[in-house]
Design a protein around this ligand. Structure first.
Ligand code: AMP
Length: 222
């Protein structure tokens, strides 16, 4: 098994690119944000804590993230998945260091780390406009990618769509600031290891995909 890490501020297009790579190559995405949103749904103390932190755009404590991410990776190891795409993890230097120990121990190779770059103002536009199909999860955006037929999902034909509670300009700015404060250390960490490649996230979805495919094939993942 090997891992491709997508790094970028929330809303830079990591989820969209992960979906494309899953469909085309059978990679499996782990989105820590999605796992945590799922965990918010019951009435537990953990659910309340997650809701509180995430609605403010704050990072969830490392120990919670590590536990849920390792559980998911272990599940995929048992399913013999060959490439995992990590979307939204690691987000702190500590998480990156812990992931290194975990991958060494489990003989997993981190093959590529892709940094998806975008400015704060482009990001606000992108996030406040985004929504997805409630049935299959296909992503859309009011400003960039709408369904070909209005209100009908291109992929599954559903007419039910959803938006995330935390997709407002104020939360986006907080999350961008969190990203700059904490995740840039992660970018440096992988840069020093020679694993980091950059992609311009303001390009079209197709061009970003092409650039990511180039990087991944160069690293021998395809
Ligand atoms: P995302 O869907 O990746 O934008 O994540 C949504 C929210 O989940 C973030 O704003 C954080 O509150 C939390 N989160 C997701 N991944 C992590 C992580 N690796 N470390 C800490 N918090 C996280």
């Amino acid at each position: 098994m090997n891992i491709v890490i997508l790094i970028g501020p929330p809303g830079c297009g990591k989820g969209t690119q992960s979906k494309i790579l899953e469909q085309e190559y059978g990679f499996v995405q782990i989105s820590t944000g999605d796992i945590l949103r799922e965990k918010q749904k019951d009435n537990s103390d953990l659910a309340k804590k997650l809701k509180d932190l995430m609605s403010q755009g704050k990072l969830v404590p490392d120990e919670i993230i590590l536990e849920v991410t390792y559980a998911k990776i272990n599940e995929l190891i048992n399913d013999n998945v060959s490439v995992i795409l990590l979307d939204g993890f690691p987000r702190t230097l500590y998480q990156a260091e812990q992931l290194d120990s975990f991958t060494d121990l489990n003989k997993i190779k981190i093959r590529s780390v892709i940094s998806m770059k975008i400015t704060e103002s482009d990001l606000v536009k992108r996030i406040t406009g985004r929504y997805s199909c409630a049935n299959c999860g296909q992503g859309y955006n009011d400003f960039f990618i709408k369904p070909k037929i209005e209100n009908i999902c291109d992929k599954c034909g559903s007419s039910s769509f959803k938006r995330r509670d935390d997709d407002n300009a104020e939360t986006v700015k907080k999350r961008y600031a969190e990203f700059v404060n904490q995740t840039m250390d992660v970018v440096d960490f992988y840069n020093k290891k020679g694993l980091l490649k950059e992609v311009d996230s303001t390009l079209s979805t197709d061009l970003i995909t092409a650039r990511i495919k180039d990087i991944i094939s160069l690293e021998g993942n395809l």
